[in-house]
Design a protein around this ligand. Structure first.
Ligand SMILES: Cc1cc2nc3c(=O)[nH]c(=O)nc-3n(C[C@H](O)[C@H](O)[C@H](O)COP(=O)(O)O)c2cc1C
Length: 369
């Protein structure tokens, strides 16, 4: 495809630059392109029109295809139309915190090119909930939108729930679903919220607020919990029990890892932060498989971590996911990857003789067990 050739040509130039600088340059160029009349139509004809309809219904929502954008790429809801035009079935924006914050000092994102991986310690750099909502309202919602929420760095851990409740209130009206991020490794203490007692209190508070907001707005907005890949079996079991008990609407598995699997000889592997991309894949799939063994479909799973191809996506689905998300593969492979994954999944459905992706995945799960 022409755009694939273009991305192959541009990638070496972009990869000469610091990772965050090239990210910014790419999106500045995209924003400039979107000022041209008909830009969205052109982009859709290049990408989105090639992503087949492959609807998936979970959390009371219908997603046009199961390939979503993972949180962290569009933290401030600035590129919603452009990203939707890549053909994503949904976008997860954020992480957004109550107040704006600059994040960690740069450099804070590193490419491990030989491993198709990234290490980042961005630290929830974002414009804060107020500006985020202005941005999102100005862009509209071209596809289902998840909003990923977090706490400010300077909010003490014992007040963390207040931050989540504040942002939940702020974003409720514009979100199709809300993702509660308690798994980023770059905010001190955040992942401790995954411990049973802390999690119980947080989930309870979120559900109470959700019920009040649903009444107030006349609309139920589902809430998903985003978890880390670095959890032991007991922790996964406890999370599975709690999300069922508190009727959470989904689990997103997983965030980046603080481990460095297979990266012993990689000079950048000592950089502090979360690792994403290819080396994360087996870890994330393992967590999804364990979670699914507990949940058995009673709470849906959004699978994320190291997905680069339709085969990777299929593996996550058969392991227990209902939808999938990508981030790092978009950086390494360019926007064509979205349609490629969606088309590959549609082919699987066709080959299986099933009428829907969910049915084809169920069939494959049965054959495996
Ligand atoms: C640079 C970068 C920033 C990220 N920021 C966030 C974030 O703000 N919130 C979040 O929940 N996940 C964040 N993530 C994690 C991704 O959403 C995803 O869970 C992880 O990268 C694994 O998927 P991948 O291997 O397809 O990249 C970030 C990942 C990267 C690479």
């Amino acid at each position: 495809m022409a755009t694939r050739a273009m991305y192959r040509l541009l990638r070496p130039l972009l990869f000469q630059l610091d990772a965050e600088t090239s990210h910014r340059l790419t999106f500045t160029a995209l924003d400039l392109f979107y000022r041209l009349p008909g830009a969205s139509r052109i982009a859709r004809s290049m990408y989105a029109w090639h992503a087949p309809a492959l609807p998936v219904s979970i959390m009371g929502l219908t997603f046009p295809n199961p390939v979503g954008l993972a949180a962290g790429l569009d933290k401030n809801a600035e590129h919603v139309q452009a990203l939707a035009d890549f053909g994503f079935g949904f976008l997860e924006l954020g992480t957004v915190t109550p107040r704006p914050q600059p994040g960690n000092p740069r450099p804070r994102m590193f490419r491990l090119v030989a491993h198709a991986a990234l290490i980042n310690r961005m630290g929830f750099n974002n414009v804060g909930a107020g500006k985020f909502l202005v941005n999102l309202a100005a862009q509209g919602k071209p596809c289902p939108i998840g909003i990923n929420i977090g706490k400010n760095r300077d909010t003490p851990m014992e007040r963390a729930a207040d931050d989540y409740l504040t942002v939940l209130n702020a974003v409720y009206r514009l979100a199709d679903y809300v993702a509660v991020n308690i798994s980023s490794p770059n905010t001190a203490g955040l992942r401790d919220l995954q411990q049973e007692q802390n999690l119980e209190a947080l989930l309870r508070a979120m559900k109470t607020e959700q019920a009040a907001l649903a009444k107030q707005h006349g609309r139920y907005v589902p809430i998903a919990l985003k978890i880390a890949p670095d959890l032991d079996d007991t922790q996964v079991a406890a999370i599975a029990r709690l999300v069922q008990e508190h009727k959470f609407d989904a689990v997103i598995a997983t965030n980046t890892t603080i481990t460095r699997p297979g990266l012993e000889h990689e000079p950048l592997s000592h950089q502090t932060g979360g690792l994403s991309g290819r080396p994360l894949k087996p870890l994330a799939t393992g967590v999804i498989r364990k979670l699914y063994a507990h949940l058995q479909g009673r709470v849906p799973i959004i699978g994320v971590g190291g997905i680069e191809t339709a085969d990777d996506a299929w593996e996550k689905l058969v392991a227990g996911a209902d939808l999938i998300q990508i981030y790092t593969a978009l950086i390494y492979r360019g926007p064509d990857v979205v349609g490629e994954i969606a088309r590959g999944l549609a082919e699987r459905v066709q080959q299986s003789g099933c009428r829907s992706l969910a049915e084809a995945v169920q069939k494959a799960r049965r054959q495996q067990s």
